[in-house]
Structure formats: C-alpha cells, structure tokens
Write a protein that binds this ligand. Structure first.
Ligand code: FMN
Length: 332
C-alpha cells in the first residue's frame, strides 16, 4: 500500500501536491475541482495591499464622479467607506467552509502595520496557515541587502509572535546567500519556506517599441534552481521546504522529493493541463514508488540531497568547472 502523506507547516497532508496561489485558487468552483483532482492543500490567491489601495482609490473616484452626491451620501451614510480587505476575508471564509483539505492564505503588504493587521484578520477566517509572499523587487540603489533581509526577518518575528496558525515564507532566489537568509528565517521560527517566488519579468516588443506583459506561465523543466536549493537545504532546517516553479509532472515531484523537499506547489501545469492533471501526477508517483519498492515518501526523501550523498560533487563549484571544461565536446 503506497502512502503519499507528508507534513507541511505542521499540517498533515495526504500527498505532497499543493495547488499554489493564482487566480485559479480564488475561484470557488476551481477550488472544488482542485480538491476533487487530489490536491492535498490549496494556497488562496494573494491579498495584495496595493489591490486594496487601488480599489479604495477607484471607489473614491466613483463617489467623486457623483459630484454633490458624494457629500450628501457620506453625510447620510457616515459609515460609507471602502470595505478594505473584507471582500477577500469573506472569500477566504467561504473557501474554508467549502473545502475539506487545508487552505493556506497568502499575504503581501507594503507596510509593517498592515502586514500584521491583515495577518490577524486572516487568522480569524479559520484558514490553516498563512504564506507571507515576500515579493521584493530591488529598485533602490541605496538599500543595503542586509537591511532588506532584516526588515523581512523582523516582520516574520512580529507576525509569529502575534498569531498562532503556522506561517510560511515564499521568497525570491535573489538574496546574496539564500541559504543564510533561509537559515535566519528558520531560526526566527517560520514553519516552512517556499522556494522560490517566480518574479515578474517584463518583455519588450521591438516592433511597437514598448513593454509588454506576456501571460506569465513557467515552462516545463524550469525547476533546476529549486532542485539545487532543495538538495542544499535538506537536513539543515526545522522548517519544511516546499518546492515551486516549473513542476509539471509526477516525475518532477519525485525529483524534488529525492533532492529533499517535503512537498511542492504547482500552478502553471494546472493552467496548461487543467486541475484534473493532479490525479495523473499522483498516479505517476505511485507507479514509480511501486516499481522502486518504496511505500512512503520518507523511504526516498532527501536520498539525493547534499547531506545524504557520499560525494556531493553535484552541489559543489567543481561541477561547474567540470561542466565548462567538458563543453568542448559540444563542438565535436
Ligand atoms: C496566473 C498566475 C497568477 C499568480 N498569482 C499569484 C499570487 O496571487 N500569489 C503568489 O504568491 N503567486 C502567484 N503566482 C505565482 C505562482 O504561485 C507560482 O509561484 C509560480 O507560477 C511558479 O510556479 P509554477 O511554475 O507551477 O507556475 C501566480 C502565477 C500565475 C501563473
């Protein structure tokens, strides 16, 4: 009997496949489909503080456009104001009531006080955990790297001390030393890390000489950076590791587990192959485990991690040199 269960953020999951945050995970009928297809948990679409601010500004504009009516309405209805994150919180509550599998909320704010305020509100919706989406795009030449890390770490510490549900961090790979930053997050008590956030990268259309924003799906196989870090992190953290980006098939999940991840998050493959694809990924995993004689994920998790390999050459600088020196073969 094959057992695919794993533990993530201290939550028991029936298998290692989580549907990651996306527009798909904010649609109630999609959530049900993902659950039916076998998703072990779902990360609800991120609540972005900018989105609230934008909606709030649009709301003010609409009232403004009503001219004199604005003053009249606000004096008639003094409590009339934008609902803030309320719509998102209602949707989270609804999703939680609908689903039988764990639901994780995702949050991305601009200011320390809103991070904490929204995290507290989210906790009250009954979700099983919160993923802090640290989407940081450098733009300030003066901001020291350590300062950026310290700000995020303080935030994690504050949120961890004020809420009791598990907290994970979805982070970018663009820290000078992601291992060090992840280790600091681990010591700050974070329950899990998601490696890595897929950063939006603009494209240029040279005919129209302007920027374009193509629909942003990853490609099958875009997981190699994550694979390396899963292998480096295994056995070094209390926090669990969730692998993300470019994971499309059951065999990709197996690779992540062999490297040492506890579970995976998938999004692009669900857009390309539909939610039902999860069932196929799980079957592929079961078939492989049966073939190899494994009955649970712990039988092979981390087998190809740096810690478990006798000669972890693949994780070292030497592999790079070796690869480059051997590249002459390509010319033959
Ligand atoms: C259409 C779309 C919407 C997304 N929305 C979010 C989001 O709200 N919050 C978030 O943290 N990540 C979001 N992501 C990123 C995914 O959660 C995921 O990290 C990324 O796509 C890499 O995984 P994948 O290769 O399986 O797609 C989105 C991705 C896509 C394609």
């Amino acid at each position: 009997m094959i057992n695919l269960s794993t533990n993530y953020m201290g939550i028991e999951l029936k298998n290692p496949i989580i549907a990651g945050a996306s527009g798909m995970s904010a649609d109630l009928s999609m959530l049900k489909k993902l659950e039916q297809a076998g998703a072990a948990a779902i990360v609800y679409k991120t609540l972005f503080e900018e989105q609230i601010n934008l909606e709030s500004a649009q709301f003010d504009d609409q009232l403004e456009a009503m001219g004199g009516l604005h003053a009249e309405m606000t004096s008639l209805y003094p409590k009339l104001q934008h609902a803030g994150p309320e719509a998102h919180l209602v949707a989270l509550r609804q999703a939680k009531e609908t689903l039988g599998i764990p639901l994780i909320a995702s949050l991305n704010c601009l200011y320390d006080n809103t991070w904490l305020e929204y995290a507290r509100l989210i906790e009250k919706t009954g979700v099983d955990g919160i993923e802090l989406n640290f989407y940081f795009v450098p733009g300030d030449f003066e901001a020291d790297g350590r300062l950026v890390e310290d700000i995020h770490l303080d935030l994690v510490k504050t949120i961890k001390s004020k809420i009791s549900i598990p907290v994970s961090v979805k982070l970018s790979p663009f820290y000078s030393n992601p291992l060090n930053f992840i280790s600091r997050l681990d010591k700050a008590g974070v329950n899990a890390v998601v490696i890595f956030n897929r950063m939006f990268e603009p494209e240029i259309n040279i005919q129209e000489i302007k920027h374009v924003a193509p629909f942003y799906l990853s490609h099958e196989g875009d997981y190699r950076l994550t694979l390396r870090y899963a292998g480096l992190l295994y056995g070094n953290l209390k926090a669990q590791v969730c692998a993300n980006t470019g994971i499309y098939q059951g065999h990709d999940v197996i690779k992540m587990l062999l490297a040492g991840a506890d579970c995976v998050q998938v999004v692009s493959t669900l857009y390309k192959n539909k939610p039902e694809h999860i069932a196929g990924m799980l079957s592929e995993m079961e078939a492989w485990m049966e073939l190899k004689g494994y009955s649970s994920l712990t039988d092979f998790k981390g087998k190809l991690s740096k810690k478990e390999l006798k000669d972890p050459f693949v994780y070292k600088r030497g592999q790079y040199i070796d690869l480059l020196l051997g590249s002459d073969q390509l010319l033959k």
